[in-house]
Design a protein around this ligand. Structure first.
Ligand SMILES: [Zn+2]
Length: 98
């Protein structure tokens, strides 16, 4: 498993994607507000920090065909994985229209 960061996909962009697709901000298990996993070691970028993207690498070094962004519930620990393909397509489309 490896982590990849793509400056285009910020926590805010991921939230825009989820809202546009009608996904609630609350945890489906306990109802707490979910938080998007971003890479913000200094804690200053907040929503503008790049979203953490998990890429699975096989034993032979090849990569699985897609990666995952994620949200975590800070209360019950539920993890919501979001496939990158749909998010990247959405951002491409958004870029074309903007
Ligand atoms: Zn929860």
């Amino acid at each position: 498993m490896t982590i990849q960061l793509d400056e285009r996909v910020t926590g805010a962009a991921l939230m825009r994607f989820l809202r546009e697709r009608g996904v609630a901000d609350s945890c489906p298990m306990c109802g707490t507000h979910m938080s998007t996993s971003v890479h913000d070691p200094a804690g200053v970028l907040e929503d503008e920090a790049p979203a953490v993207r998990v890429i699975h690498v096989m034993d032979d070094g090849s990569r699985r065909g897609y990666g995952e962004f994620l949200r975590v519930c800070p209360s019950c620990g539920f993890i919501h994985y979001i496939r990158d393909i749909e998010v990247l397509a959405y951002l491409d489309e958004e870029g074309d229209n903007g």
